[in-house]
Design a binder for this molecule. Sequence first.
Ligand code: ATP
Ligand code: MG
Ligand code: ZN
Length: 486
Amino acid sequence: MEIYKITSPKDWSYFANGSANILFKYTGTNDYLTHKLLRLRLLKQDEEYISTCELYDFIELKCKHLFPKQIIDIQLIVLTSEFVRGLDSAGFQLQLNERYGLLIPNILDGNYTKIGLSKHCQLYLGTDDGGGGDNTRIYSGSKPTKGTQQQEQSQSQQSQSNNRTQQNQSNPELSTTSNNHSSSSTNDLFNTDLELSQSHINNNIIPDGHSMNEDIANLSLNSSGTINSIIFEIKPKWLYDNKSANYCRTCSLNQLRNVPRHFCPLDLLYPQTIAQGLDDIFSKIPPEIIDLIEVQNKFPLKKLFHQFLSNPDHNVFAKLKQYQKINNKNDLIENLTSSSDVSQNLSLVMTLRDVGLFIKFEKYDRNNNIHNSHNNINNLITLPPTPLPESSQMNGSGSFDSMSATKSLHNHDQDQDQPQQGQDQDQDQNDQGNNKYLVTCNIYDLDLKSRMKYKYWLQVEHELQGIYNSNNPNWRHCCKYGNLEK
Ligand SMILES: Nc1ncnc2c1ncn2[C@@H]1O[C@H](COP(=O)(O)OP(=O)(O)OP(=O)(O)O)[C@@H](O)[C@H]1O
Ligand SMILES: [Mg+2]
Ligand SMILES: [Zn+2]
């Protein structure tokens, strides 16, 4: 598709960026492009540059068949230099000679409020906005180098973002402004993300004394509807069976970079450790937000997440681990001696070690055709109709109620469109009682890495050697595969 023939650069506004890509959100009136993002490459040194065409082929030919339903749809589109130059890139430098871009669905389309939990984990709360949205308040922490709708970035910040250092920020600054450029929005509520919240321009800081509770009250007051959709954005990083080290690769790297502990990704792999992993993930959600979700909105988020991970057909972390497997000693980073040693398998594994996931939990809506589609039949989770006592739902760091989990029912082996007779009553109860949920998972950021990065990979591995088997009193050891109860 030649995008410049159907839209002008003015129809695209800066949405988000990472270290290698920038995303623009469509604000025009073309139905086909509404709800889509344009993903373009940021300027990189020649030897490290991977073109959009190479990325596209790699995703379609090497990755898509591994996760046919989960990898986000991508469409290759043709650009002109004039179109690229006309985009407002919020100070970021684009690869101006690039003639292609990717069109992808915006998973955060709608009215979402963002809560930054940590470097690799964000939470988004989706509310009905009563059809409005033009004046949605935006709550934001200090401007991150990577995130959504951070528009005051300067060019110098692009190089900072490639060279980030960690800083501790115990009191996230809150800011507020209004969003009046689109019918959908993503709002930052608290950015407690330590890596991302440093040294950025922040025009709208609310003076000290503006309490968290006021903002939560505003969140619920401003949203005329209930929370009906919740998304976790997680980068699972390196997933493997840890045979002997005290710390896994991700926890070791976080310690090296002074990134505070949030959760160990390995805990999300095994039935014995899932509850611990979720306790850790939920421990960073402010208690007021847990209350808003689980009590006020009766949205049993932790239980649903546990269900999602406990089903081997759903657990995307376990599946990623399977494809991240190194079969050959030559594919161990420590054995690389030149860029030509980087095999096709290692390239794929390095990409899968850096993907991002959107895991979306929605209240089932029987009138929504997408919820009823055949594709989603395996993604429905029905929890028991009787609500749990509030006390077991209020504490985000409380343990998961395994009895109710066992009682709850996965519809994954239901292979018919209509419920059987006798199930009808339950079905109605579930629909009315909001006990039925849809869980969908999208994998994004499947970027092929330049083989020239092998030197950097070796360097990091070298720096990690002293950490894998260290003992940090403030950092729990990661689970060891051999110690898991069978
Ligand atoms: N399809 C999507 N819908 C909504 N938001 C998205 C989508 N894809 C990416 N984003 C947002 O944009 C951010 C940057 O995108 P992306 O991860 O693709 O950039 P990147 O340069 O590859 O990042 P990294 O430096 O982590 O490799 C993501 O963290 C995410 O918040
Ligand atoms: Mg990437
Ligand atoms: Zn770990």
